[in-house]
Design a protein around this ligand. Structure first.
Ligand SMILES: [Zn+2]
Length: 66
């Protein structure tokens, strides 16, 4: 069974984790990582995922931008 249309298979990787301010904990307890897509033409950031290691509250205000 073959699917119609074009299949896009782009490898993705994650960037360097960096500390991020957590408003709930009021401390730098969150970690943000960029999700990068490796296109042949270059690298594009497709999302930023931020998770607090204490309250585990995902917040990604930059993820839906652009
Ligand atoms: Zn927190």
């Amino acid at each position: 069974m073959s699917a119609p249309g074009v299949q896009v298979n782009v490898p993705v990787t994650v960037g360097e984790p960096r500390p991020r301010w957590c408003r709930t904990c009021k401390a730098d307890t969150a970690v943000a990582v960029d999700v990068l897509a490796l296109f042949p033409a270059g690298v594009a950031r497709v999302a930023t995922v931020a998770v607090c290691e204490l309250c585990d509250d995902p917040e990604d205000p930059e993820a839906h931008r652009g």
